[in-house]
Design a protein around this ligand. Structure first.
Ligand code: ADP
Ligand code: ADP
Ligand code: MG
Length: 666
């Protein structure tokens, strides 16, 4: 059992590893860059050490600093997470030389799989099926173009050192080959410092199915079944699931055996993923092996009930695998959706910004959220813009998918653009619901997944209006709480409000579109004039952004989060970001100053304390009313001159009656 583990990573994966450390009674040590001084992972660990400036090169990729912290903090092992140093064989070696365990495979295994070309040679020898192609030494244009001709177009050019979809080009015709090769080489050289290329037949509409493997230091190797990661954009995973829909038991077994053989062939230790590409006939071929914990490992945890990080820590400590292949089973179905700060409508351009409001679905047996972002945190340009992973589980695929949709709907982020609505559209797409999706899914369904903007619905607009009206009520209530006279109608906004007409005009911007809602105050509700007609609306706004609205008697649940002048509103699967064009709160202050005073409900005037022409100071009592069996003293909100007094002591006043008017003085 390890005593102290340094986590050489940040964000959600550092938090996730820290969680298992805590559960196992292992001390955790965080490292952080200057940009992350107050990040979630810093607080998730027992200790936290600074390692340098914000750019990863100077901090999370700074081998010396990290090893130095490991020594000084007494860490016996380093967990690299994914990305950063996780597949860096030199780092793994440096750890071992420093007498610190690297929680991952031996450096030799990382090296063997670090080159896709070399990996393929090893896999071919181990009898693992490969996609037809070329991964040899001859890198000349003539040779590669000849091979492409032989295997037949379309072909895929891949960077041997590649990862994250970089240095990869699909080529459909011979005349495009040279240019594609050149640009893939450039990209690979720039990203990986190596421009060795390999060629593969480009499979049409294939599926990405990968196997989770584990090996201990005693020669035991098992697999923990497969994950289907076919929903991709730019060769990057978007939604993953386990098990792979429609995969037969015989196929699963064959793929599992191939993955175990692959791990054995390189003397593997720890967690690894063998990625296969599967064609329409169900035939599968080795693609690459990722020698680390995979981003999407939680779906495997959900269906197997195992904690893969706990397995990693035990293996690093020398413990044999906790289960044999025969003892491993899975149940139900799990999905993971990667929630990114990015704009799907602008070709998934990464977004930065401060997550000023963040609402996530409640976690439960069915819903798990792995995140390293809290409300108020900033998504910086320095690191991956992943905000969280939403993971759901249920007894079968349809039930799990329904949970995914609901959980995505409950997700609202204000302050930065995210892909949650895009994920929702995928999760609700009939082809995805039918299962058996392939890697061309997003491209094949562009119209449905990137719909042209539709007008904002009345329901959503009503929710936005209610949010504004109810927030003003709450502000008023808060003001009244802190005031000498909490009953003063100056604090009220429900019709005691001292403006000439008891309605407000609310403006929202939806892109360029200016949307107007006229809200009339009624005793127990608002009458909202919406594009499609007038509705009686009321509701309750909770501090966490939930809004329970009632529109013409029909209840609806909504979420509304404001960040500056931006308002993120969602009602069911309908969600928008609107700009509050003319904040009610701002407009109201002026109206109050020069307003008159109306009665919200029938009542009796008990006393009139001023006469026309009187000068009044702020807070001066003006009139006392009895309504709803309570006395209300009406006071001046601002200094001014009384222009009209419309009632005398003993008068009955009806709802909406203008009681008196004050002209404000500056
Ligand atoms: P990376 O290291 O970037 O993850 P991979 O080799 O794993 O590179 O490929 C990434 C993705 O590209 C795969 O998940 C798959 O969608 C697609 N892909 C890879 N090889 C092929 C192929 N031969 N034919 C069609 N698509 C492929
Ligand atoms: P996977 O198949 O697990 O998605 P990838 O190779 O695409 O594997 O990348 C794993 C994750 O690590 C991705 O989310 C990627 O954005 C992130 N990542 C990769 N390299 C880095 C890096 N140098 N710094 C930060 N994050 C990285
Ligand atoms: Mg891959």
């Amino acid at each position: 059992m390890l005593g102290t583990v340094l986590i050489a990573n940040r964000g959600e994966i550092a938090c996730r590893i820290a969680r298992t450390c805590r559960a196992m009674g292992v001390r955790s040590v965080a490292v952080y860059s200057e940009a992350d001084a107050d990040a979630a992972h810093v607080h998730a660990c027992d200790q936290a050490w600074p390692i340098g400036a914000a750019p990863a090169r100077e901090s999370y990729l700074n081998t010396e600093r990290i090893l130095d912290v490991a020594r000084r903090s007494g860490a016996e092992a380093i967990h690299p997470g994914y990305g950063f140093l996780s597949e860096n064989a030199d780092f793994a070696e440096a750890c071992e030389q420093a007498g610190i365990r690297f929680i991952g495979p031996p450096a030799a295994a990382i090296r063997a799989m670090g080159s896709k070309s070399a990996a393929k040679t090893i896999m071919a020898e181990a009898g693992v099926p490969l996609v037809p192609g070329y991964h040899g030494e001859d890198q000349s244009l003539e040779h590669l173009a000849g091979v492409a001709e032989e295997i037949g177009y379309p072909v895929l050019i891949k960077a041997s050192a590649g990862g994250g979809g970089k240095g990869m080009r699909r080529v459909d015709a011979p005349q495009d080959f040279e240019e594609a090769l050149r640009s893939a080489r450039r990209e690979s050289q720039a990203s990986f410092g190596d421009d060795t290329m390999l060629l593969e037949k480009y499979l049409l509409q294939p599926r990405h199915v990968e196997m989770q493997v584990f090996a201990d230091r005693h020669g035991n190797v098992v697999h923990l079944f497969e994950r289907d990661c076919s929903v991709q954009r730019r060769h990057q995973k978007v939604i993953e699931e386990a098990p792979a829909p429609g995969l037969g038991e015989a196929q699963r077994q064959a793929m599992g055996e191939a993955a175990v053989a692959a791990a054995r062939a390189i003397g593997y230790v720890g967690a690894g993923t063998v990625e296969f590409i599967m064609d329409a006939q169900g035939e599968f071929f080795f693609m690459e092996m990722n020698t680390r914990l995979q981003v999407e490992h939680p779906v495997t945890e959900m269906i197997t009930g195992e904690d893969l990080v706990a397995w990693q820590l035990d293996i690093a400590a020398g413990t044999p695998l906790p289960r044999s292949q025969e003892a491993l089973t899975f149940t139900g179905h799990a999905f993971e959706a990667r929630i990114y700060a990015e704009d799907p409508d602008r070709d998934f351009l990464p977004a930065i910004g401060t997550v000023s409001r963040l609402r996530m679905p409640a976690e439960s047996r069915h819903v798990r959220i792995d995140t390293g972002i809290r409300e108020g945190d900033t998504i910086s340009m320095h690191y991956d813009p992943m905000i969280a992973k939403l993971v759901v589980w249920d007894r079968d695929r349809a039930a799990a998918l329904q949970r995914l949709r609901r959980a995505l709907q409950a997700w609202t982020v204000a302050g930065t653009t995210t892909n949650t609505r895009f994920l929702e559209r995928i999760a609700a797409h009939p082809a995805f619901m039918a299962g058996g999706v392939d890697t061309s899914f997003i491209d094949s369904h562009r119209e449905a997944l990137f719909p042209a903007p539709t007008p904002v619905s009345d329901r959503l607009l009503a929710a936005a209006a209610l949010f504004e009206l109810l927030s003003v009520d709450q502000d008023a209530a808060a003001r009244a709480q802190g005031s000498a006279d909490p009953w003063s109608p100056w604090h009220s906004t429900d019709g005691w409000q001292p403006n000439s007409d008891n309605h407000h005009v609310l403006h929202f911007l939806d892109g360029e579109q200016d949307l107007t809602v006229v809200a009339h105050y009624r005793k127990d509700c608002f009458l909202l004039e919406l594009p499609g007609g007038t509705v009686r609306a009321n509701g309750t706004l909770y501090a966490d952004g939930r809004l329970r609205g009632v529109l013409d008697g029909v209840h609806m649940d909504a979420l509304a989060l404001q960040a500056g002048d931006r308002l993120s509103v969602s009602v069911g699967d309908d969600a928008r970001e609107l700009v509050i064009h003319d904040p009610l709160t701002v407009g109201m202050a002026d109206e109050i100053r020069e307003g008159s005073l109306t009665a919200p409900m029938p009542g009796t005037v008990l006393a009139v304390l001023v006469a026309e022409g009187d000068h009044v100071d702020e807070g001066a009592p003006l009139m006392v009313l009895e309504a709803m069996k309570m006395e209300h003293t009406i006071r001046a909100f601002a200094p001014g001159r009384v222009e009209n007094v419309n009632y005398r002591t003993g008068d009955q006043v009806s709802e909406g009656s203008v009681l008196l008017a004050i002209a404000a003085e500056d």
